[in-house]
Design a protein around this ligand. Structure first.
Ligand SMILES: Nc1ncnc2c1ncn2[C@@H]1O[C@H](COP(=O)(O)OP(=O)(O)O)[C@@H](O)[C@H]1O
Ligand SMILES: [Mg+2]
Length: 284
């Protein structure tokens, strides 16, 4: 695929009361910068003066309890919703994948990939993107004939074909079975390595976050409450002590009580495997 051109012009100025910058910076800077970003729905403040920075090519995971505002933040970064106040710099070239693939059922797979794009050779571009997600052979398939994992890969191809500088993923693996999810983890890592967009992956799965990301953020009360760098080399093993330490730290931040006791209790007296012989059990 052609390389992604650097374009730091931000969201259009349809953000009410928000200062959204369009100027190209003189020095290299993080392509994603939110400063004092707030989002309110009526009287409810969901994002409250939030600061966030994602560097070029960085893979960031965002954790938070249900209803903490993860999707709200992702939609603001995607330009799908207005912010209420603050500043937001994001690349123009960005794409989002959601939990459900959101394919048009009346369009074949390849047409879904290029939906809404005005590009030369759309079919070839769609095919190349589908090939990257291992679905070239399904380019003519109707969405209804795709498995959950395949449909999600088409959604990923639709994001790729836009050559995003920022890839936004909102729990994209949550509806998939465990094996498909593992394959998708590998796929997303290999695509990220190849194209190097900045990634924001929203997930409620702590293991997924620690397995994939360079940095894990926790959203709480409208702000980034924790920012943890994951230094473990990839591929990562969930069995590594380093992994488990970060995992425990994040679970604690999320208020999840671990039921594994710090000190293992003394084993109970084991029950006899063979019952003692008792003549009274026998009748002759
Ligand atoms: N369009 C909307 N109108 C009103 N409230 C909303 C809207 N979208 C989200 N919310 C509220 O914002 C809060 C955060 O939602 P969301 O960002 O979807 O959380 P998360 O993705 O972390 O589970 C929730 O209380 C939700 O009800
Ligand atoms: Mg959500």
């Amino acid at each position: 695929m052609p390389s992604i051109s650097l374009n730091l012009s931000g969201l259009k100025a349809r953000n009410e009361g928000a200062d959204v910058r369009h100027d190209a910076p003189a020095l290299p800077r993080s392509p994603v910068q939110a400063r004092q970003l707030s989002k309110r729905f009526g009287a409810n403040t969901i994002l409250d003066n939030l600061d966030l920075e994602i560097r070029a090519g960085e893979f960031v995971a965002l954790l938070g309890r249900s209803g903490s505002g993860k999707t709200t933040l992702l939609r603001a970064l995607a330009g799908l919703d207005r912010i209420s106040s603050g500043t937001l710099d994001v690349p123009q070239a960005r794409a989002a994948v959601f939990q459900e693939p959101r394919l048009m059922p009346w369009k074949r797979a390849w047409r879904n990939v290029t939906l809404g794009l005005k590009i030369d050779q759309p079919r070839e571009r769609a095919r190349a993107a589908l090939e990257e997600v291992g679905l070239a052979h399904r380019e003519n398939a109707w969405p209804a004939t795709l498995s959950g994992g395949e449909a999600q890969r088409v959604a990923l191809a639709r994001a790729l074909v836009r050559e995003p500088q920022l890839l936004l993923l909102d729990e994209p693996f949550a509806a998939l079975d465990a094996l498909t999810r593992i394959r998708m983890h590998q796929l997303i890592l290999s695509l990220w390595r190849q194209h190097r967009p900045s990634v924001l992956l929203v997930t409620h799965d702590v293991d997924e976050a620690v397995l994939l990301a360079d940095r894990v953020l926790v959203l709480e009360r409208g702000r980034i409450a924790a920012d943890i760098a994951i230094t473990q080399q990839r591929p990562r093993s969930a069995d590594a002590p380093q992994f488990q330490k970060v995992r425990a730290q994040l679970l604690q931040l999320l208020g999840v009580e671990l039921d594994t006791p710090a000190v293992a209790p003394a084993p109970e007296t084991p029950a006899p495997i063979v019952a003692p012989f008792n003549f009274s059990n026998f009748s002759i």
